[in-house]
Design a protein around this ligand. Structure first.
Ligand code: DGL
Length: 274
């Protein structure tokens, strides 16, 4: 990637959830330009087959390559779980970073007891990529993984706290944290881009003693390290972001603002077809 310093960093998610990762990237790399692609027409990926997720992910990577990106951040846990190898194969020398390894590293750094819980979409949990990455990072870790698919819909709906949200959280997480088990997990990985907006409600339900980690900050640091090593870091000037989506710029802007933590105007979002 040497000599490509003026090119944007491509960030891809099945929809708007990856904006939580983009937000961390923009804080870590304020001089960089970003192109964020949300495949809103085909969201959710989490309930789809591995074959479909791989196909969609490769198409998104191709679209970002066509937009001239210098590196690719797969800011979707589901796509990172199943699509990373296929994307790497397709994009050749372009650096590709997923969110699973960074999330696993954060969890291993945070746990004291070695018992880590992971929540994510159905597909992410079934593929077992987090479980593998955590064990790869800390061999004696114990991993309890639960698919909490309904959390995606809650976040998409803008329902981030209150009795309905806490009821759904209890439905999925009580068996893990309240069970007769005398050794509940001490760390919870939010293995889905949509879950950080539910972080406070989750903490209320499972208790403040459980550490909650997500991949955003660690992924951002990994991207910085990779670009630095390649001599492709942007060190001066003001960064920028360009949004592209495969459906509904208005909804992308409205719901996405909450995920990014700043207003997005519908006019800022370009429609593309994959
Ligand atoms: N972006 C997806 C993930 O991080 C969640 C939404 C979906 O199912 O597409 O797994």
């Amino acid at each position: 990637v040497t000599g490509s310093a003026a090119r944007p960093i491509g960030v891809f998610d099945s929809g708007i959830g990856g904006l939580t990762v983009l937000s961390a990237l923009m804080r870590e790399l304020p001089c960089e330009h970003f192109t964020y692609l949300g495949d809103t027409a085909r969201l959710p990926y989490g309930t789809k087959t591995a074959e479909s997720v791989v196909r969609y992910s490769v198409q998104a990577a191709e679209a970002l390559m066509d937009l001239g990106v210098k590196c690719l951040v797969v800011a979707c846990n589901t796509a990172s779980s199943v699509g990373l190898a296929a994307i790497c194969e397709r994009v050749g020398a372009l650096p590709v970073l997923g969110v699973i390894e960074p999330g696993a590293q954060s969890a291993c750094a945070a746990t004291r007891t070695g018992h880590i819980a992971v929540i994510g979409t159905e597909r992410t949990i079934r593929e077992g990529a987090y479980q593998e990455a955590i064990i790869g990072c800390r061999r004696n870790a114990r991993v309890s993984a639960v698919a909490t698919q309904l959390f995606v819909a809650l976040a998409e709906e803008g329902l981030c706290d209150g009795p309905i949200v806490q009821g759904v959280i209890r439905h999925y997480l009580d068996p893990l944290f309240q069970a007769s088990s005398s050794h509940p997990p001490d760390t919870l990985v939010l293995g889905c881009t949509h879950f950080p907006v539910l972080g406070r409600a989750i903490s209320t339900v499972i208790g403040e003693r459980v550490g909650i980690v997500d991949s955003a900050e660690t992924t951002a640091r990994a991207v910085r390290a990779r670009l630095h090593a390649a001599g492709a870091l942007e060190r001066e000037g003001r960064g920028s972001v360009q949004f592209v989506a495969t459906d509904g710029p208005e909804r992308f802007a409205r719901v996405g603002s909450r995920f990014l933590g700043r207003e997005i105007a519908a006019e800022e979002v370009d429609l593309i077809d994959l």
